[in-house]
Design a protein around this ligand. Structure first.
Ligand code: AMP
Ligand code: ZN
Length: 113
């Protein structure tokens, strides 16, 4: 997707503060952190949102969730953390490329919505 912000970050056309990368996923720090630690984990393949997850591409989601605990450990989120994916307008999704927020490093607001 040539006009997708996160595809441009993945391609290196827009800089990011990378915390993890392998052949299929990238994790980088959110530019406007909403917690002491705020990291985004994205598939390198363009999937618009959770709504775009299918039997054909769901292995990448499983891989992301295998890597998230390693990122949390590397970031020393020993007290716990929250994983969030906003899907669509009602959830406030602003970047239409599937991403999982990792939020932690502090006590988080117990209110989810
Ligand atoms: P969402 O609102 O769930 O779609 O999340 C999009 C996130 O991307 C927001 O938390 C933004 O702060 C973040 N964001 C937007 N532009 C950038 C960027 N250039 N680098 C890192 N994070 C970004
Ligand atoms: Zn994209």
């Amino acid at each position: 997707m040539s006009d997708c912000l996160f595809c441009k970050i993945i391609a290196g056309e827009i800089p990011s503060a990378k915390v993890y990368e392998d052949e299929s996923i990238l994790a980088f720090r959110d530019i406007a952190p909403q917690a002491a630690t705020h990291i985004l984990v994205v598939p390198k393949a363009h999937i618009p949102s959770v709504d775009g997850v299918t039997a054909e591409n769901s292995a990448i989601v499983a891989h992301i969730f295998e890597v998230i605990p390693a990122i949390a450990a590397a970031e020393k989120l020993t007290g716990g953390y929250r994983v969030v994916s906003n899907c669509g307008a009602d959830a406030g999704q602003t970047v239409p490329h599937l991403h999982f927020h990792i939020l932690g490093g502090q006590t988080l607001n117990p209110q989810m919505a």
